[in-house]
Design a protein around this ligand. Structure first.
Ligand code: ZN
Ligand code: ZN
Ligand code: ZN
Length: 302
């Protein structure tokens, strides 16, 4: 092994980092395509958009899978024995010339499953791979039914890929995704109708009566986990009691209330919407109706 340039990270780390970076680029492009479809449209993805979304996500998965096997197992994990570079210097030269011959993705997959994703993730990978092969090798038409399916599932699959890559826990998926996609794009994706419906259905399997999220509006806020399955928001268990339904379920932006005379508030269990205010002398947060004056119920008679 050539360790002469001892300060540089190992070549396999450099190569896998470059591959993962590119996987992130493709995922971001896929996200932009999905978001550009717009929610008001009842139509399936058109053929060009479906093609781009499928191929970009599939390339990202394939790159990431290969990168992680390379990172953990070295070149021996991703090449046939006869193609294995003898030294780091040879590997570097082959890499720079674009001549590293890897084993195919079918052979990479079982190895990559050790480092990436769960069963549901790999089922989606198989779907993407079949769709991608159809498109890329034979330019087979992608039928409308498949383009509807893709539109319905795209956000969930995309966020699942990002979560697998960032190795975040399910309830922390939002941090990795916001980081990669940027806040604006992330917010547009998690507000798409079909993703919200899909996440709400998943939430109901965990919590029979999830809150409607105070941040994204999906009925997917798990009460025990104190987090939204759709957008990742957590109120940090800060809720006020609803004047309408009496449940302790009113969301408000408690972190920013000090800097504002009042802020919007809404109940996660019923349809009540109003305002939250903070009383400086009592240091208590309270709710008022939308056009009412903020008068603290605790010190108004004082
Ligand atoms: Zn949410
Ligand atoms: Zn309520
Ligand atoms: Zn007060």
């Amino acid at each position: 092994m050539d360790r002469s340039s001892s300060s540089a990270p190992p070549l396999t780390d450099q190569v896998s980092a470059a591959m993962l970076h590119n996987a992130g680029l493709f995922l971001k492009k896929a996200a932009e395509e999905i978001a550009a479809h717009g929610d008001d449209s009842n139509a399936a993805f058109d053929i060009d958009r479906a093609t781009l979304v499928t191929v970009l996500m599939q390339i990202a998965v394939e790159l990431s899978a290969t990168a992680l096997v390379l990172k953990h197992e070295g070149f021996v994990g991703v090449t046939k024995p006869k193609d294995l570079p003898a030294t780091d210097a040879e590997a570097k030269a082959l890499w720079e010339a674009g001549k590293i011959r890897t084993i195919n993705f079918e052979q990479i997959k079982p190895k990559a499953a050790k480092y990436l994703g769960d069963e549901a993730f790999w089922l989606n990978v198989d779907f993407l791979q079949r769709a991608r092969n159809k498109l890329v090798h034979f330019h087979a038409p992608i039928i409308e039914g498949d383009r509807f399916d893709l539109k319905y599932d795209a956000v969930q699959v995309l966020l699942q890929i990002i979560a697998a890559l960032r190795r975040t826990e399910e309830h922390e998926f939002a941090f990795g995704a916001m980081n990669l996609l940027g806040l604006e794009l992330f917010n547009r994706l998690v507000r798409t109708e079909h993703y919200q419906e899909e996440a709400a259905a998943r939430a109901r399997e965990i919590d029979p009566n999830p809150h409607r999220c105070g941040c994204c509006g999906a009925r997917a806020y798990l009460r025990d986990d104190d987090t939204c399955l759709t957008c990742g928001y957590s109120s940090e268990e800060t809720f006020l009691r609803c004047p309408e339904c009496s449940k302790r379920a009113v969301f408000y932006d408690h972190l920013n209330l000090d800097a504002n005379p009042w802020l919007k508030a809404r109940c996660g269990q019923c349809d009540w919407e109003g305002l939250a205010a903070r009383c400086p002398p009592c240091e208590v947060d309270y709710l008022i109706e939308r056009h009412a004056l903020p008068i603290c119920p605790h010190c108004e008679d004082a």
